[in-house]
Write a protein that binds this ligand. Structure first.
Ligand SMILES: [Zn+2]
Ligand SMILES: [Zn+2]
Length: 332
């Protein structure tokens, strides 16, 4: 067995190092996948920047992993060798706690997350518990499928949490919003996109995808919103969104990390508005979302980086330098 090329985080706030790691062995119920593509998520940035506590170290980041099963551990029978799998953020849950037993494994206290507590997909190979892998829709090449695994999936969970809002605001129009926008339109909703002030390029991108209005995050949309999803990690956007919503609206915070939400007058929340977060995903979310993807059909817009350029991809994500989603690819 030969060493495996990987991009490794040795300590937070340092660049990933291109390293050779040992060829992984699958444990019982696990598969080893040969990675072809791995999406780059804002959560990866939060891990690298030390904004999420206690990552496994050293760590291989990445939790939007498209791979081909290369080897299987004892009892792993769900996928055959050569099958395509997706490895998402939720890598393991206990199955026994109150949350797991009530269909809320996304909230499991002992959950372990890919590219955070478990090594992820910024590498040639990945080990995954087969029970938490996702079957990907046929007809989506690996490169285009990768962003479905978190940007799409957690975006979809956030969309569900926004209820049946017809006029939907999306704050931060990156990887997740560009997918959610398509699903929302498919469901007959109307989309209003908010970007960093002055980001005319991203506003144009949102309009191309069917948003009926796009503007700066602080701007007033032409109509009140019935719901909003905040993808950007900026606490002040919660206030912008509340100001833009109609009575009864839900404002969903979809990210894992956000700067502090400033104090605000109760009047903004009054009228049965609510603010809530969305945490992680369940396997059921994965099954539901992957079934909807080809129906829409979702088209992901990706910018490809070779695995060795992971630091560049993260830097470009930080600056919002590309449209849609960044995906690392591993040449065969
Ligand atoms: Zn649990
Ligand atoms: Zn993610």
């Amino acid at each position: 067995m030969s060493p495996v090329r990987a991009m490794v985080l040795d300590s937070p706030r340092t660049p990933l190092a291109e390293t050779r790691v040992d060829d992984p062995e699958p444990g019982p119920g696990q598969v080893v996948g040969r990675v072809s593509a791995c999406g780059v998520c804002r959560t990866d940035l939060h891990v690298v920047d030390g904004e999420l506590p206690d990552p496994k170290l050293p760590l291989i980041p990445g939790h939007q992993v498209v791979a081909e099963v290369a080897r299987r551990g004892e009892g792993a029978e769900r996928f055959g060798n050569g099958a395509r799998i997706g490895v998402p953020w939720l890598g393991w849950a206990c199955g026994e706690c109150r949350y797991c037993r009530s269909g809320r494994e996304n909230l499991c206290d002992r959950a372990r997350f890919t590219g955070y507590q478990l090594d992820g997909g910024y590498a040639e190979l990945i080990v995954a518990d087969e029970r938490f892998c996702v079957a990907l829709p046929a007809g989506y090449p690996d490169l285009q499928a990768a962003p479905l695994l978190c940007a799409g999936l957690i975006g979809y969970r956030a969309l569900r949490m926004a209820g049946d809002a017809e006029r939907l605001g999306l704050y931060g129009f990156g990887a997740s919003a560009h997918i959610v926008c398509q699903v929302a339109l498919h469901e007959g909703r109307r989309v209003f996109a908010f970007t960093r002030p002055g980001d005319a390029e991203t506003q144009a991108f949102a309009r191309e995808l069917g948003a009926e209005w796009a503007g700066d995050s602080g701007a007033d949309p032409p109509e009140e919103l019935d719901g909003a999803i905040i993808f950007a990690p900026v606490g002040g956007l919660v206030l912008d969104a509340l100001r833009a919503t109609a009575k009864g609206a839900t404002v969903v915070c979809a990210g894992i990390h956000m700067s502090d939400i400033p104090a605000f007058p109760y009047e903004l929340l009054w009228g049965e508005r609510s603010v809530r977060s969305v945490a992680n995903l369940t396997r059921r979310d994965g099954d539901e979302f992957m079934a909807i993807v080809p129906e829409v059909p979702v088209r992901t817009e990706v910018t490809e980086y070779p695995l060795g350029d992971a630091n560049q991809a993260l830097a470009d994500l930080r600056k919002g330098r590309f449209r849609g989603a960044a995906v690392l690819t591993v040449p065969r």
